[in-house]
Design a protein around this ligand. Sequence first.
Ligand SMILES: [Cu+2]
Length: 202
Amino acid sequence: MIIALLYIFKFDYLWGANKQQFEMKRLFLMPVVAGAVFFAACGGNQTKEQSSTESTESAAPTEQAPAADIPGLDTVAVSNDLTLNANDLMTFDRKLFRVKAGQSVKLTLHNVGEMPKESMGHNVVVLAPGTDLPAFGGEAIKAVDTEYIPVTFGSSIVAHTKLLGPGETDVIEFTLDEKGVYPFVCSFPGHYGVMQGKIVAE
Ligand SMILES: [Cu+2]
């Protein structure tokens, strides 16, 4: 009994002491932490500015060597005969192609799904390098009359297939004259975010 009381008393005393120490440490540390946060914020901004300057500067050389920083590119064979399968899970089976620039490209799209065209239609729209995809997607949703091919982005659209329902296939031919990275998307509403990839012309 006495031991238990002593133990509790001791514990209470120690806890009190620790709490006091903790409070003191906290008071002491507050300005240090605030200073560190302020410094980090300034440092962070500086780095951001630097990197944005760098990316602007490196924009021009990127055109000459467009493909260097695309992961997995070296595992893709160069071919101008492309096949893409689109399914009910809103996915393309390929995300990356390599083609020869200046030569005709044949692209075959199969919709291998079973869902109705109205809820799970698919197409392929090949876009000019650097096209703003979210802006394109936003316009595509509104282009109901043209099966989600926005005329407002006409100058950015290199080629596109028809919108395909289940089991349908479309084949298109086009030429990518300039070397570069051409994004492709499905422009059916809500699909471009996941149904997209790149064609590297080299
Ligand atoms: Cu789609």
